[in-house]
Design a protein around this ligand. Sequence first.
Ligand code: BES
Ligand code: ZN
Length: 488
Amino acid sequence: MFLLLRKERETIWNCFAFHQFPVKKLRMQAVFDYLKANQDRFLDELCQYVRFPSVSAQPQHRADMIACAEWVVARCWDAGLTAELRATEGNPIVLARTPRPSNPGKKRPHFLIYGHYDVQPPEPFELWKSPPFEPRIEGRSLFGRGASDNKGQNLAHLKAIEAYLKTGTELPCDLTLLIEGEEEVGSSSLAGFLQKHRDELRCDAVVVSDTGMPAPDCPALTYALRGIAAFEVTLRGPARDLHSGIFGGTVDNPAMALCQLLAKMRDRNGRVAIPGFYDDVRPLSAFERKQLARLPVSEKQYRQMLGVPRLFGEKGYTPFEQRSARPTFEINGLTSGYQGEGSKTIVPAWARAKITTRLVPDQKPAKIIKLVTRHLKKLCPPTVRIEIEAGHGADPYLVSPTSPQAQAALRALKTAFGREPILMREGGSIPIVNDFKRILGVDTLLLGLALPDDNAHSPNEKFSLDCFEKGQLMAAALWKELATSHEK
Ligand code: BES
Ligand code: ZN
């Protein structure tokens, strides 16, 4: 298997030889050679990283979170950075810096690289082909929870920096790596941390590889993300679970009432049926619609990849528009009554749904929560009591894809992948990117390396080893390009 891996790897690196830097070829070549020579060790390190069950949503993993963060700190030191753990009210943040030249001459640009070491819960375990925290290599993929979201992607950045530092190649800029442990639960400690350490973190741009690319040969710069507003709805009926034969038919069934209530939140055309919900939605421009139509995936491939008998979405929009530029109302989980083996004939005392709405520019989570709460309360029948608890939220994000920094990022993508990158919007959320703008005053460049079939948040998550390697190349090429864009 390793022989095959090596051979395939040669192909990547040989292709890459056509796309290197003519001017500073020699110096950059040392960086690329270092990356090439160390792939086996990097893969081994990625396996170690994935082995930590760093599930931020589950309090029993608190010690694993810390162990994982400490592991990242140690790898940063190994790579030649200075690094430490910074405590927060939640999980610690890894902060690492490249050595700053003692006598830099002119002011050097400073970039912040952001990633997260926390992962989504792995459940349901029985759907994994191999245990989620026992990394497994199959073909050119590494399987394990967090492999692509986001451990593989942030490790690619660390390895690119390591290649500069270990080969004595001068970095044309200062770099700070910030890897947090609460992204998957809304990044609640990080905004305060940014405020508190504003001066130390002041930078020219943030770089994040935590989004996707449409296909292995199609690199992408993401210029928009959806926002999110999370909440839980509970309907309470009888004071305790009741015998459904003795009492059923005389009291409302909270599970049934919840299904009926939630069903009213979306109409048959896939539109959210909450008054005012679309008021602030910015329409897609003709240019954007044209860009999205270029994505190299057919509707049929898309449907087959997801395993649905038919696609469903808001009428009047393509699936790619629906999943990146249109808002949604999703039930993430439903709980009520008896879920164990066999049957239990009860009218449950309560029913609960975990819900998130995905938001697009210029919707605001606080306003959406208000609208949703008002509507749910209005439609809730008097036979049950309703409780609504707001959860985390994040604004949607939109940045110019034509800025000099974005152009520099596009060049780095092209260098690494040997293909013209595309511009795209993504449907997921990275809550902190708006805080980078608000608190540090800078844009975020989203240079994602995950593939659509990487199973992020699903069983059998994986990361493509080709994306891992090309991601390292991209990250290495990026600093030259970005620093140059600052000189202009
Ligand atoms: N890596 C994702 C975000 C992402 C994925 C953006 C794909 C674009 C494309 C990130 O780890 C994530 O899952 N974020 C959460 C945030 C939420 C919990 C606040 C999300 O989008 O569900
Ligand atoms: Zn995620």
